[in-house]
Design a protein around this ligand. Structure first.
Ligand code: ADP
Ligand code: MG
Length: 336
């Protein structure tokens, strides 16, 4: 068979395979866009666990009519002006909207501050229509319907509506912790509404997301090593859980699920918690963006540190010290 250049739609579908795994990954991408747009209120509506409908509305800067077509085109982004070394936004790949629109029916409605009208563009399994005028007072509304309905291989791997809805809530909780000043609301016919009101500070948002009890059962972490700062709250060993769903790790404000960080977190609790239990923690790492690569995987959940040993040592050391100061003695202390 001769070598041929793949057509655009096929390339988008391939990219979608990496970016769009399930409804929750669509929500993650749309929330990141709303946050990057400077929104102060974001509403998420879902139906059928996000399989039939996902809608994310924001009051951010909006997209000018002249840029709507670019917004749904691959490799088009307004966010990479500083180059890959200085990524200040959550998005930067210019892949999310075209990928989602290649495996679903996507509608994008938007209105910028000065515009006399809002405009809408549709991307239906790669087929683009618009922009045409529509009604919207401000910001952006992205609606995604029938995700994967024409991609049976993907559809098959989706879990129950309930499980997908839970995964969506998890994504929202993570980004809500990253952005305490933003109000988040999740609604839908298939769920009771979840609202995180705009919080005064991180402490208030943590209480909203993890419950009031967490703060009373946690130690404050604030440590620094070679200009890398670690802050947040680490649950007492007695406040453990049976799974790791209550571990929230952030690198420069971006929620991550990095294996090294998760293992370092474990390491910090190694002497004070049973092996089959999981700590509850909200931890923020802040460091020079040049010392961490977020462009490791399309979903941007993994990161690569220039000096992983430094990060690991900081995390483990800070946790152990915080527990020691709070009067918790580890079983192996003195022996080490
Ligand atoms: P990326 O976020 O990596 O740039 P996307 O495909 O997610 O790529 O979005 C493409 C572009 O569309 C963004 O760079 C941004 O300019 C614009 N955009 C997307 N969503 C929004 C939104 N909610 N508000 C304002 N602009 C948006
Ligand atoms: Mg994006």
């Amino acid at each position: 068979m001769p070598i041929v250049q793949l057509d655009e739609h096929l390339i988008d579908q391939i990219a979608a395979g990496e970016v769009v795994e399930r409804p929750a990954s669509v929500v993650k991408e749309l929330l990141e866009n709303a946050i990057d747009a400077g929104a102060s209120r974001i509403e998420i509506a879902t139906a059928g666990g996000g399989k039939t409908l996902l809608r994310v509305s924001d009051d951010g800067c909006g997209i000018p009519e002249t840029e709507l077509r670019l917004a749904v085109r691959r490799h088009c982004t307004s966010k990479l002006a500083g180059g890959l070394e200085q990524i200040a936004s959550l998005g930067f790949r210019g892949e999310a909207l075209p990928s989602i629109g290649s495996v679903a029916r996507l509608s994008l409605r938007s209105r910028t501050a000065g515009a006399s009208s809002a405009f809408e563009i549709l991307l239906d399994h790669g087929h683009c229509e618009g922009p045409r005028p529509t009604a919207l007072s401000r910001g952006t509304v992205v609606e995604v319907r029938d995700l994967f309905q024409k991609v049976p291989a993907r559809l098959k791997f989706l879990k129950s509506d309930r499980a997908e809805a839970t995964a969506i809530t998890d994504v929202v909780r993570r980004l809500a912790l990253a952005e305490p000043e933003i109000r988040f609301e999740i609604t839908g016919p298939d769920r009771s509404p979840t609202v995180f009101e705009a919080a005064r500070d991180m402490g208030e948002r943590i209480a909203q997301v993890l419950g009031e009890g967490f703060g009373e059962n946690a130690v404050t972490i604030d440590a620094e090593r070679e200009a890398v700062r670690l802050t947040g709250l680490a649950g007492l060993p007695t406040f453990s859980r049976g799974n790791s769903l209550q571990q929230f790790l952030f690198v420069n404000g971006r929620p991550v699920r990095d294996k090294m960080l998760v293992s370092a977190l474990r390491g910090g609790y190694a002497d004070v918690m049973a092996k089959d239990r999981h700590p509850v923690a909200v931890l923020f790492l802040t460091l020079d963006p040049a010392l961490v690569d977020v462009n490791v995987h399309p979903a941007k959940a993994d990161v690569r540190f220039r000096d992983p040993g430094l990060i690991r040592g900081l995390l483990v050391g800070a946790l152990r010290q915080a527990f020691a100061e709070s009067g918790l003695r580890s079983s192996s202390e003195g022996a080490a």
